[in-house]
Design a protein. Structure first.
Length: 200
């Protein structure tokens, strides 16, 4: 009986050694797989992110969804401007909440090639977060200058027509966004409204 026990002891040690080596091998393979997966994801080889894709800048303004609107599905555009490059087309006003900034004082400028002048109250609208309004406030002096120069370029007859007023709104929006892009790297003004208008 002592010889049978002696033979069972080495077999038991051999089985335990095989199980232990198998478990260690499985852990090494698992760790290698996880490491390779993390490397591939970081290099942009798998997943949605690509290494050449622009990274989202946390300092850029983000679009603000209206209450009750759901976050964008995977197939839709994300409600943000990750690279600071905004679209020429304004976001869908039915999905996003507008914020407004009204300039305290109206803008008075002589109109092109005439003795006429215009005095116009202006407000700006944005579908982005408060960063755009803060940027407008922080750059109000150069924005005021750009608005005055834009008004001064208007024809006295054209500005009295509905088409002329719409063109002036677009020109003012472009002027404001131009200043903001130059100074802040992002415009964000989606529309301009007149709060008052006197042309003489």
């Amino acid at each position: 009986m002592s010889s049978a026990t002696a033979e069972a002891q080495p077999k038991k040690k051999g089985k335990m050694k095989g199980i232990l080596l198998g478990a260690v091998g499985a852990l090494v393979l698992l760790a290698g797989g996880v490491g390779a997966g993390l490397y591939a994801a970081g290099a942009g080889l798998v997943g949605g992110a690509h290494k050449d894709a622009p990274k989202e800048d946390p300092n850029m303004p983000k679009l603000v969804l209206k209450e009750g609107e759901k976050a964008a599905a995977s197939g839709e555009a994300k409600p943000s401007a990750p690279t600071g490059i905004e679209s020429e087309q304004s976001p869908d006003p039915s999905k996003y909440k507008a914020s407004y900034y009204t300039f305290d004082q109206p803008f008075t400028a002589n109109l092109r090639d005439s003795d006429s002048f215009a005095q116009i109250g202006v407000a700006a609208a944005t579908f982005y977060d408060a960063k755009v309004i803060d940027n407008i406030k922080n750059n109000e002096m150069p924005i005021r200058s750009a608005i005055l120069m834009t008004i001064a370029q208007q024809d006295s007859f054209a500005i009295t027509t509905p088409e002329g007023k719409l063109k002036l709104q677009k020109d003012l929006k472009d002027a404001m966004n131009g200043v903001l892009r130059q100074r802040e790297g992002f415009g964000g003004v989606d529309n301009v409204y007149f709060t008052s208008m006197v042309i003489q």
